[in-house]
Design a protein around this ligand. Structure first.
Ligand code: PEP
Ligand code: MG
Length: 290
């Protein structure tokens, strides 16, 4: 048992029978990087700029992205996710009655297209400067038109791989079609739960509604994973559920190919996966769905 635990303490994530599952980090800046994972699955770029009154310059952005690219073997950068729980004062967005359903995430691009253009340019420049292939994804993608527009803009800047976050049920239901336009999907279960159960993710009295074990949420994840399998493209989970050692095997059983989590969660998730075969993970997923 001790040998198994040691073997399970580093290297790529695997189930007991060797099925690989990429274990990745959620970070807000280079300070959060830790050894032991295969790369960064969610670089929340808005965390670099939360307290700012002025928009970050192109050069500042290049420096911040290059600092992460230089230290991690692969990085998925999420473009700015502003709004609701992540206000960015420098954007000067109008006040809204219902901000969780308003102009947030990729939707900010409707009002301020220069912000995304500058960010994509800065990511591409940082990737060139550090000799990395940047993977970039947009938050809150809802329609095909949004995914297509984002992918076209990102590819025109020279971004190597372009993805969409699945945080809205509409996107999960259309995962197969989305994967004809983008190279990968990353499921944000925090927001996907909020929008599936119509329950504010920060509302402690509604925590039972936000439980990621709810079959309705698991079905949406299963749709995405199955679409990824058919398209031969990666589909990961980067919400908090990916870092839960009880849920991680279930997500693998549903078919997701990577789990991205807070650095502190990696050892427990690695150990949980190493203790179960893929068939056992699938059995847990089947049981949870029913
Ligand atoms: C999510 O919504 O699950 C997610 C990973 O993004 P964030 O928590 O930053 O909204
Ligand atoms: Mg989110």
């Amino acid at each position: 048992a001790e040998r198994a635990r040691l073997a399970a303490s580093s290297g790529p994530g695997r189930t007991a029978d060797g099925h690989p599952v990429k274990l990745l980090l959620n970070i807000g800046s280079a300070k959060d990087l830790r050894p032991g994972a295969e790369g960064v699955g969610l670089f929340r770029t808005e965390f670099l700029f939360l307290d700012r009154k002025q928009a970050p310059s192109f050069d500042e952005q290049v420096a911040a992205y290059a600092e992460v690219f230089g230290q991690a073997e692969s990085v998925i950068v999420r473009t700015l996710d502003a709004g609701t729980d992540k206000p960015l004062p420098f954007l000067g967005l109008p006040e809204e009655q219902n901000p969780a359903l308003g102009v947030r995430g990729l939707r900010v691009d409707r009002l301020l297209p220069d912000v995304l253009d500058t960010q994509l340019d800065a990511i591409a420049a940082a990737a060139r400067a550090t000799g990395t292939h940047a993977w970039v994804m947009a938050p809150m993608v809802t329609t095909m038109a949004e995914a297509t527009g984002f992918a076209r803009r990102a590819r025109a800047k020279g971004i190597a791989k372009v993805g969409a976050m699945v945080e809205v049920p509409a996107a999960a239901l259309r995962a197969g079609r989305l994967l004809q336009e983008v190279d990968f999907l990353s499921i944000g279960t925090n927001d996907l739960a909020q929008y599936t159960f119509a329950a504010d993710r920060q509302h402690s009295a509604l925590a039972d509604l936000l439980d990621p074990r709810q079959p309705a949420l698991l079905e949406l994840i299963a749709i995405c994973a199955e679409a990824g399998r058919e398209a031969g493209k990666p589909v990961g989970v980067c919400g908090e559920s990916a870092g839960d050692p009880l849920l991680a095997p279930l997500l693998v059983g549903l078919g997701v190919t990577s789990l991205s989590m807070a650095p502190v969660s990696v050892p427990a998730v690695r150990e949980a996966l190493a203790g179960l075969t893929l068939a056992e993970c699938r059995e847990r997923a089947r049981a949870a769905l029913s």
